[in-house]
Design a protein around this ligand. Structure first.
Ligand code: UDP
Length: 248
């Protein structure tokens, strides 16, 4: 008897719960700040993970709209700029939540600071875990809820709170390389790295605070690319050696 429909590779993931970190820029395309086609691709990726019986939490950035550092460079107060950046992440999270629901996926958006008016719920790790265990996708916004942090640190924080097995960090490159593969064709991809190596090499994949938090809580990070292939996450969940794992 078929108990549940497996994905295209017919296997079940070793991960039960993941935290997927998407940058705001991953949603942008051409002149669109939030591109409908890109949103659908994100939904396809989420759907394939859910089909593999993997619970999916998401943290989305806001770099496609505002970044506090860039606003401060233009003369704005840094804290106000960071507040605007965090609000930008809420806009992106609402868009992903809406796209999920339109595709028949139950989704709940939570914010790191309280927002009234029925816009979204405040972050509550118990409610988030309950929703995830019921098969809902939980989209966390507003990063850590405080200025002077990044959504990468927010992703690690939420990953720890929901007891995720791994953080999947989507980037434009399919892993961590010995050098920039665009500039140096001889660069090779690391299959794995330790947190100490990642911090020592000053990898620009995540900030040091995020790496340090992961190291302390033994939460692995898988760096992978979503560009042009909606199957990559599903393949990695199936055990295909792609991307780079950063762990203890
Ligand atoms: N931000 C913040 N605190 C946080 C997370 C984010 O103040 O905990 C602000 C910060 O200004 C940041 C912006 O929100 O530049 C958008 O987040 P981020 O740059 O991490 O987005 P991404 O690069 O992932 O799109």
């Amino acid at each position: 008897m078929l108990l549940f429909k497996a994905n295209h590779n017919n296997t079940v993931s070793k991960y039960k719960r993941i935290l997927l970190k998407l940058s705001g820029e991953a949603l942008a395309q051409g002149n669109n700040t939030i591109d409908p086609g890109t949103l659908s691709q994100v939904v396809t990726i989420i759907k394939s993970a859910l089909k593999q019986k993997v619970e999916v939490g998401i943290v989305v950035g806001g770099g496609n709209i505002f970044r506090g550092a860039a606003l401060a460079e233009a003369g704005m107060n840094r804290v106000t700029g960071d507040h605007m950046g965090m609000l930008a992440t809420v806009i992106n999270a609402l868009a992903i939540g809406d796209a999920c629901r339109r595709a028949g996926i139950d989704a709940q958006v939570m914010s790191g600071f309280p927002i009234g008016g029925g816009v979204c719920d405040p972050v509550d790790h118990n409610k988030a875990k309950q929703a995830l265990s019921e098969g809902k996708v939980v989209i966390f916004s507003a990063g850590t809820g405080s200025p002077c942090f990044t959504t990468d640190t927010g992703a690690v924080l939420r990953g720890i709170e929901i007891e995720a097995d791994v953080i999947f960090k989507a980037t434009k490159v399919d892993g961590v390389y010995t050098a920039d593969p665009v500039k140096d064709p001889s660069a090779t991809r690391y299959e794995s790295l330790s947190f100490d190596e990642a911090i020592e090499k000053n990898l620009q994949i995540m900030d040091t605070a995020a790496f340090a938090l992961c190291r302390e809580h033994s939460l692995d990070i898988c760096v992978f690319s979503m560009l042009g292939n909606t199957n990559t996450l599903s393949d990695i969940l199936n055990g295909k050696p792609a991307g780079t794992i950063i762990g203890n």
